[in-house]
Design a protein around this ligand. Structure first.
Ligand code: HEM
Length: 549
């Protein structure tokens, strides 16, 4: 796969294939027959480019139909726009992304076409796991010392905010908690972002995802989030995104800031490795930081940097997202918070640290975590690409009765080679055909009541917040343990949480028109949005309250 930074080269190759080749073919033919077109030259060259595009499309369609038939599959139903290349569909979607509820743009397309797998045909163009796996071995997840260290700094911070009755952005604090904990085991160095300056209620502006802070950490967080927003915009545009960045790489500024932060850490790891090799010291994998482990696998600074950023994203934004949405539900459903609290007190008492056995026992806590990830999966949409050969997807799930002429909905779906496939855990996990009519409701009970749990047990791929199959999340156990540990400590100290919506930065409250729409958006009190990972737009502004006695 070509490095995304060389996108202009890819654009040139595409341009040559669609314009250069037909133009060359025509001019060579004319030269061979020594024929001059005179004033017909421009229309003829335009005509040949158009004809070439039409022939290529017809040929591809014919080939794909044959391949589908040979595989006993049917083609994916097509979105048919008014403009060539479905450009009108793309523009409509890009406009809607700015104001609509998370992923509603896609849900509306599914409803319009009465089908949950669609071919949007925009322009009609159709390693690191092996490095990370040994590092993320099971034992590492049972080391609760790191959790205690960072949970207790976060609780001190939250307690001081509570005693001064100060509203704060919980999403920002949870991201600081997860990054500080992750940096300790990734680089062996606490970034100590929890001690930095926090966003201030009523003053802080909106950052690319949550709220923005001005300190050094804020500049990294801003760039890291900006890069995610930019990558999401590129993904929405699909293969034509380089056309919009011909003169300016929109990610350059963010990448420069990120590199300034990460490169010294990478260099340090490579230097340490050299020194250790010279002095003949060897560490076991359990004693190494992720950075040391990476430096031992390769000397390539770029690979180390990419891996590290991957891990930062995997371990910071995802877990912080779930904790943020759980706090949101605790605020709007105090009954659920009270039940969680009573389970924590029964299992661990008012002040003891939870053990891994305690965490296993707290079934209601696990149900709340799962239910939050069902409605708000931190990775709300995901992308895969078909390989060199065409493949088939299983037959459609029966959500809608859609059937393409001359096909049967029992047939599997045909996917041409090298096709990009987007799928939406957030929509799958809220689909009433899979979860029942109350799919939009936050109800942890569905993970406890055996009759309702049966839906998931008989069809586990309807719940895939950690993905599934060969690329399933490697940090799943770490995440469950870290979240349960943190929530236990939080519930031991605090009895209530209230939303402080008046402090949400301007433009981050749900638009009034959502009230009249279907589904969760009619009741949502915050603006859920996605840029690689899910977040609350402008942050989640709350106050915490301790019990009165
Ligand atoms: C609630 C928290 C988390 C959620 C919901 C989550 C979700 C996911 C998902 C959906 C993927 C698949 C991405 C893809 O399709 O390519 C993934 C991959 C991964 N996650 Fe997590 N994750 C979480 C926490 C963590 C943590 C805490 C770590 C590290 C300690 C971690 C490490 C990884 C790694 C290394 C991969 C890449 C696996 C591969 O490339 O095959 N994750 N995660």
């Amino acid at each position: 796969m070509m490095n995304p930074a060389y996108y202009r080269v890819r654009l040139l190759v595409d341009l040559f294939q669609s314009v250069g080749m037909p133009v060359l073919a025509l001019s060579n033919t004319l030269a061979f027959f020594q024929y001059r077109l005179g004033h017909l030259a421009i229309p003829s060259y335009l005509g040949i480019v158009l004809l070439w595009a039409v022939l290529r499309t017809l040929y591809t369609e014919h080939k794909q139909k044959r391949e589908a038939k040979a595989l006993g599959a049917r083609p994916i139903p097509r979105v048919i726009g008014k403009w060539p290349g479905n450009i009108d569909v793309l523009l409509k979607m890009m406009r809607a992304f700015k104001t609509s509820y998370v992923l509603d743009v896609y849900l509306q397309l599914f409803e319009e076409y009465q089908c949950t797998t669609l071919n949007t045909r925009i322009l009609w163009r159709d390693t690191h796991r092996n490095i990370a796996r040994p590092f993320l071995a099971r034992e590492r997840f049972l080391d609760f010392e790191i959790f205690e260290k960072f949970t207790s700094s976060t609780m001190s911070l939250l307690s001081s905010l509570e005693s001064s009755n100060t509203p704060f952005d919980a999403q920002d604090i949870f991201s600081r908690f997860t990054i500080d904990a992750a940096s300790e085991f990734l680089f062996g160095k606490n970034l100590d972002t929890l001690s930095g300056s926090l966003p201030v209620a009523g003053q802080t502006k909106m950052g690319p995802k949550g709220s923005a802070t001005e300190d050094t950490w804020g500049s990294f967080a801003y760039a890291f989030e900006m890069a995610q927003v930019n990558i999401t915009i590129r993904a929405r545009l699909g293969s034509i995104w380089p056309l919009f960045e011909l003169f300016k790489d929109r990610n350059k500024e963010a990448c420069d800031v990120i590199r300034k932060w990460v490169d010294p850490l990478v260099q340090q790891a490579l230097n340490d490795k050299r020194q250790m090799q010279e002095s003949g010291i060897e560490h076991k994998i359990e004693e190494k930081t992720f950075m040391q482990h990476l430096a031992e696998t390769t000397n390539d600074a770029i690979t180390i940097r990419d891996q590290l950023l991957n891990m930062l994203l995997a371990s910071r934004d995802t877990t912080a997202c779930v904790l943020t949405y759980i706090l949101y539900f605790m605020a709007i459903r105090p009954d659920i918070m009270a039940r969680m609290r009573s389970e924590v007190f029964q299992t661990c008492g008012p002040s003891s640290a939870p053990t891994s056995e305690d965490i296993k026992q707290m079934k209601y806590m696990r149900a709340v975590i799962n239910e939050a990830m069902r409605l708000f999966p931190p990775v709300p949409l995901n992308v895969r690409e078909a390989r060199e050969q065409p493949v088939v997807l299983p037959q459609s799930d029966g959500t809608y009765d859609y059937q393409e002429k001359g096909t049967s909905s029992a047939e599997p779906l045909y996917i041409p080679a090298r096709t990009t496939i987007m799928y939406f855990p957030l929509l799958i996990q809220r689909n009433p055909a899979l979860w029942g009519d109350d799919a939009d409701e936050f109800d942890p009970e569905r993970w406890i009541d055996p009759a309702r749990l049966g839906r998931y047990l008989s069809n586990p791929t309807i719940f895939t917040p950690f993905s599934a199959g060969p690329r399933i999340c490697l940090g799943q156990n770490y995440a469950y343990n870290q979240m349960s540990y943190f929530l236990t400590r939080l519930l031991q100290q605090f009895e209530r949480v209230t939303l402080e919506s008046e402090y949400q930065p301007e433009g981050s409250l749900p638009p009034p028109e959502w009230k009249s729409r279907k589904g969760r958006q009619s009741v949502e009190k915050i603006w859920p949005a996605g840029a690689m990972t899910l977040y609350v737009k402008g942050g989640l502004w709350v106050r915490l309250h301790k019990s009165k006695q």
